[in-house]
Design a binder for this molecule. Structure first.
Ligand code: 5GP
Ligand code: MN
Ligand code: MN
Length: 485
């Protein structure tokens, strides 16, 4: 891969494309990466991040995180903060899987206690947390009840017995974005979503049993603050979003935006995939309210999945989930747009922050993180791959340049198609089992697409975020069991 000749190294891990790189850029573009990661960067990233730099109202820079790669409109790993008065909102800056996110749950069990029951555990999770394209959940809802989920998020789950009260405090925004309005979502979207609560979905979505080995703890104090206290402690990490519902919300509004963007608002973008509307326009506000419905549905979805995980552990280990210490560490979104207050050039301002495959990472002392993490900073949960490992990180004080945002995973290096040509799902499952990782999947093809080799090195990405002062490494988590969509 060749990097553009205009790319300038600004600091150890900061690379910039100046405004002269492409006509119409309102701000420069900045990519966070080590030299190794930038040399291997998907060339789509340079093109897409500089297109984002042309969007009306963008502030400071268009950013891409070290896990960046080509995506729809924005790169995955993309970050853009808009002035809410003069700027736009763009579904391509949020993603089709609105509020795709990661949740990390503790247990007080050790690897030695879990290993003998690992197969039973993963098999039971595979049955109790449906995975795969179009799978249905056990929660039966009318369309009206589904609209309540969309407006209330995790609060709906708490009322219906699927949550512990403290789960909500340990979820970004308390598990509910205020201002969701179900009047702004289509029947088609409801139809696609109303029976998908409690489901994982397909592909890159997963539910993983992981171990925090003592040699993988980078910061003892932060690990303790996040509940990692026992050597070889077992934790559960899962990754999913708003399923077909969020996808339909994004599709509906992309279509609407394409019909009004140029004709009504005179906005031109370099790429149709960057379809957008002024944030303060009727269309922009309607999408914002509909997007929040999908955000809330995803929080409720992850909450119901947690309920099922607790039931499965209780069955297998014949103990109450409380006795098993199954508290949440945190739940954090990586596909959203949010109004947040940030200091820009010494002034406090409200900004519309688009994070697309990028994770909020608030530093110590900031508003908006649970009291118990005020000193440590916000926990950040990033996936790596089912073969290699994942990370628990912490937000840092130095994150203000990226509006306190970091990576969300390792990021793909290979297309799904390429991976499927190189890897066979059944063989991969057998190989992984020999290495002590028991995986169940809804689709062999889907499993092949997710091979560790299809992703960047998660250690490189985590290191790049730390060297960039975006997030500090707390513990590297290794997989032992996985349910794959
Ligand atoms: P995305 O949100 O872009 O779909 O994926 C998030 C990240 O999750 C990917 O960049 C990848 O690093 C990670 N990931 C995908 N599948 C798995 C898995 O099965 N296990 C773990 N631990 N991480 C995964
Ligand atoms: Mn997703
Ligand atoms: Mn995701």
């Amino acid at each position: 891969m060749t990097v553009p000749s205009e790319l300038r190294r600004i600091a150890d891990t900061v690379w910039e494309l100046p405004r002269s790189y492409k006509p119409g850029m309102l701000v420069p573009a900045r990519i966070f990466a080590t030299e190794k990661l930038i040399r291997a960067m998907d060339s789509g990233v340079f093109d897409q991040v500089s297109n984002v730099a042309c969007l009306p109202g963008i502030q400071k820079y268009a950013f891409c995180m070290p896990d960046g790669h080509w995506g729809y409109g924005f790169p995955i790993g993309g970050l853009a903060a808009m002035d809410p008065e003069t700027g736009v909102i763009s579904p391509g800056g949020i993603g089709f899987d609105i509020n795709c996110g990661m949740r990390l749950v503790l247990t007080n069990l050790t690897y030695d206690e879990v290993q003998p029951r690992l197969r039973d555990l993963v098999d039971a999770l595979f049955y109790r947390v449906p995975a795969g394209v179009g799978c249905h959940g056990f929660v039966r809802l009318s369309h009206d009840e589904f609209c309540a989920v969309a407006e209330q998020g995790s609060r709906w789950a708490l009322k219906n017995g699927y949550a512990w009260p403290e789960d909500l405090e340990l979820t970004e925004e308390g598990g509910c974005f205020a201002g969701a309005d179900a009047a702004k979502i289509s029947h088609r979207a409801i139809d696609r979503g109303f029976n998908q609560i409690g489901t994982l979905g397909s592909g890159n979505h997963y539910l993983e049993i992981q171990v925090a080995r003592p040699e993988n703890i980078y910061d003892q104090e932060l690990a303790r603050a996040f509940g990692i206290t026992v050597p070889n402690q077992v934790v559960v990490m899962f990754h999913c979003g708003s399923r077909g519902f969020g996808h339909q919300v994004a599709t509906d509004y992309l279509q609407l935006f394409l019909s009004v963007m140029e004709k009504k608002y005179g906005i031109h973008t370099n790429d149709r995939e960057l379809a957008c509307a002024p944030f303060r326009s009727r269309e922009g506000q309607d999408y914002f309210a509909a997007m929040k419905c999908a955000v809330n549905m995803a929080f409720a979805n992850r909450q119901v999945i947690l309920h099922r995980i607790r039931e499965v552990f209780a069955d297998i280990f014949a103990k109450d989930p409380r006795e098993l210490g199954m508290e949440m560490v945190y739940d954090v979104a990586h596909n959203t747009a949010k109004l947040e207050n940030h200091v820009v050039d010494g002034m406090k301002r409200e900004l519309l922050v688009h994070r697309k495959g990028a994770t909020r990472a608030f530093g110590p002392g900031m508003e908006g993180i649970p009291d118990r993490y005020r000193e440590s900073g916000q926990p950040v949960i990033i996936g790596g791959s089912m073969e290699t490992g994942s990370y628990l990180l912490a937000g840092m004080r130095g994150g203000s340049e990226t509006f306190f945002t970091t990576a969300h995973g390792s990021g793909r290096t290979m297309s799904r198609h390429q991976a499927k040509r190189l890897v066979k799902g059944q063989k991969l499952q057998r190989d992984m089992e020999l290495r002590g990782i028991y995986v169940r999947t809804a689709s062999w093809g889907g499993l092949a697409e997710e091979a560790g080799a299809a992703y960047k090195d998660i250690d490189d990405v985590a290191e790049a975020t730390e060297r960039s002062n975006l997030s500090r490494r707390v513990v590297r988590l290794v997989p032992i069991g996985n349910v794959k969509g």
